[in-house]
Design a protein around this ligand. Sequence first.
Ligand SMILES: Nc1nc2c(c(=O)[nH]1)N(C=O)[C@@H](CNc1ccc(C(=O)N[C@@H](CCC(=O)O)C(=O)O)cc1)CN2
Ligand SMILES: Nc1nc2c(ncn2[C@@H]2O[C@H](COP(=O)(O)OP(=O)(O)OP(=O)(O)O)[C@@H](O)[C@H]2O)c(=O)[nH]1
Ligand SMILES: [Mg+2]
Length: 468
Amino acid sequence: MLSRFQDPICAIATAPGRGAVGIVRLSSGQDLTPLIAGLCGRSLNPREAHYLAFRDADGQAIDHGLALLFPAPHSYTGEHVLELQAHGGPVVLQLLLARCLALAREHQSLQAMRLAEPGEFTQRAFLNGKLDLAQAEAVSDLIDASTEAAARSASRALAGALSGEVGELRDALIKLRMLVEATLDFPEEDIDFLQQADALGRLTRLQAQLDAVLDRTRQGALLREGIKVVLAGQPNVGKSSLLNALAGAELAIVTPIPGTTRDKVSQTIQIEGVPLHISDTAGLRDTSDEVERIGVARSWDAIEEADVVLFLHDLGRIGEAAYEAGDAEIRERLARVDPARLLQVYNKADTPANERARQDLTLPADAVQLSAKTGAGLAGLRAALLQHAGWHAVPEGLFIARERHVQALRRTAEHMELAQAVARQDPPALDLLAEELRLAHDALGEITGAFSADDLLGEIFSKFCIGK
Ligand SMILES: Nc1nc2c(c(=O)[nH]1)N(C=O)[C@@H](CNc1ccc(C(=O)N[C@@H](CCC(=O)O)C(=O)O)cc1)CN2
Ligand SMILES: Nc1nc2c(ncn2[C@@H]2O[C@H](COP(=O)(O)OP(=O)(O)OP(=O)(O)O)[C@@H](O)[C@H]2O)c(=O)[nH]1
Ligand SMILES: [Mg+2]
């Protein structure tokens, strides 16, 4: 949709509440000159800051501040944009916003001005080709970033890092499609033509390039979404102590009494910039206590939803019959959990008890031994957690990404694989090859928004803050 068919919009573009400076922002397909004349009592030079009074209907100053006009198309949205940089009080900004709306009502061409929906400025920037969809998403991810690593990689994505990689893949794919389509259209050139052009070789190289982008995108998505980790195990093995040790704060209650934790306690921590959403749960055991039973059911729910389950054991009790029976029961139920999601953790490595049983113990290769009490072995656990999450530090140039991008790249890869299978046949079914390449191209296009359904766009932009 072209911007000239859209209503003018306005919003307070700074975080709600008090700030030193606040911005009221307007974007309009129609010329804003008449509104500016009424508000500022003068005209504005393009892209130049003017210090002046923002005037009320009776000519009184609402505030003195800076006015900036970005005439279309050289603005954030690609439309005419006016920024009023005022003092950051909520009341003064509301007055200024109301005054803009009232002034717009007085002029036929601006009459339809309304408050902006969340993300609407950026949506217009997207619709007017100022940003592609991956960059627009990065704007929101930059604002929401909760770690330095997330902010820096969102900034790289906004500058076009992901878009650039996707663009290179797309260009190579287009060349390949042209080859195949040309062969389809001119059968006299026939299959030899494809062979001479090394279509299969190109396809294989493109696939390798796609795998590399997919890997980096997965890292970027991990940085944005984080992973869900659940601490599970019998009562008293030290789950709450481990949560506290990882978080570096006394979040959950710790006592020597088995069954202390009833309800889930969750906390987000970060390791190397990767957010980990950790939940401590009620110890798993059969119990007649009504409250505890509900807690245990919730523990199992949390285990189902987790990306990584830490199954905690108590090294001080290894070899005790009742303890082993309890662990065996849990192990049986955890057999349904994908082993890749499961990490065995042996806690209380500082206790001298049961030295013999411990010597007999053969731990799984990827098991972690630690002491939540002394902190010994915690670094090993952190490294194991990152590894289980699939994180391998990318030295530089990491860009933030979303699960949506990962899925689109996976679908692209699937179609590329099918295309390869077709290309290997003798003779290859050219129409099938062309179709798989087209589908791969479409899937790739979803990332930058070249092919995107309206409801997807609506969902993406509605998650923005107002004024963005
Ligand atoms: N005052 C203010 N600060 C801001 C923003 C803003 O809208 N206003 N931004 C909002 O997110 C970010 C900066 N993003 C911007 C992106 C493009 C243009 C712009 O005017 N683009 C024109 C001209 C480019 C040029 O001069 O080279 C264009 O693309 O044609 C402005 C801000 C962060 N800081
Ligand atoms: N020596 C030693 N004691 C520990 C260690 N970790 C936890 N404990 C002790 O073990 C007892 C139980 O710890 P919690 O963290 O409450 O155990 P939990 O698994 O959360 O127990 P529930 O909430 O009942 O399921 C407490 O007395 C802790 O101080 C450890 O590494 N070494
Ligand atoms: Mg506990």
